[in-house]
Design a protein around this ligand. Structure first.
Ligand code: GAR
Length: 197
């Protein structure tokens, strides 16, 4: 069994899209994979309720309760590792997880730690991507699924989707248009990764 552990901080719409596609396309039968757990660093993350309704294990690790970034990441790794065996390491999927991870954490999950970022990387790593794309006069915006490396929003690109920037767009309207594409490319990129392994 290949367990997928999804980390969220908020609404969890990407997580929900992954869960729905995993069910629709029967990832269990095709890849021996299932979404085993959803972990949030915020107790109020809206996505937790959806995960619970789906019968998925949920856990909250409030980052503010830890003395250091390293201590939080160590607790996070411990939680993730309960979902893996030596023969079947878990796939760790960041879906709107708004914490920067330590190099040690990233190294531990190298090659099986994915992120989705709401820009066409390498443009606009970091925060406020949609406003920055608008300010730069971009005619296209989009999202990127990538392997996570120690450098923020870098790492091998697995999938991208582009959307037009339309006249009158603000950061919210652009974000909503990009998000619809995120929900398509993230499950697809994970399925490709699972099928290649
Ligand atoms: C998504 O747009 C995702 O790309 C972004 O946060 C949103 C989470 O939405 N992630 C980042 O900005 C990571 N730096 P969701 O909780 O509804 O999936």
């Amino acid at each position: 069994m290949r367990n997928i552990v999804i980390l969220i901080s908020g609404g969890g719409s990407n997580m929900a899209a992954i869960v729905r596609v995993a069910q629709r396309d029967n990832w269990l039968a095709h890849y021996g994979a299932r979404v085993a757990a959803v972990i949030s660093n915020r107790a109020e993350a809206g996505g937790l309720a959806f995960a619970r309704q789906q019968g998925i294990a949920t856990q909250v690790l409030a980052h503010g309760s830890y003395a250091s970034r390293e201590a939080f990441d160590a607790a996070l790794a411990q939680a993730i590792d309960t979902y893996e065996s030596s023969s079947q390491p878990a796939l760790v999927v960041l879906a709107g997880f708004m914490r920067i991870l330590t190099p040690g954490f990233v190294a531990r999950y190298a090659g099986r730690l994915l992120n989705i970022h709401p820009s066409l990387l390498p443009a606009f790593p970091g925060l406020h991507t949609h406003q920055r794309a608008l300010d730069a006069g971009c005619k296209l915006a989009g999202a990127t699924v990538h392997q996570v490396t120690a450098e923020l929003d870098h790492g091998t690109i697995l999938a991208q989707a582009a959307v037009p920037v339309l006249p009158g767009d603000d950061a919210d309207t652009l974000a909503a248009r990009v998000l619809t594409q995120e929900h398509l490319i993230y499950p697809r990129a994970i399925a490709v990764l699972l099928s290649n392994q």
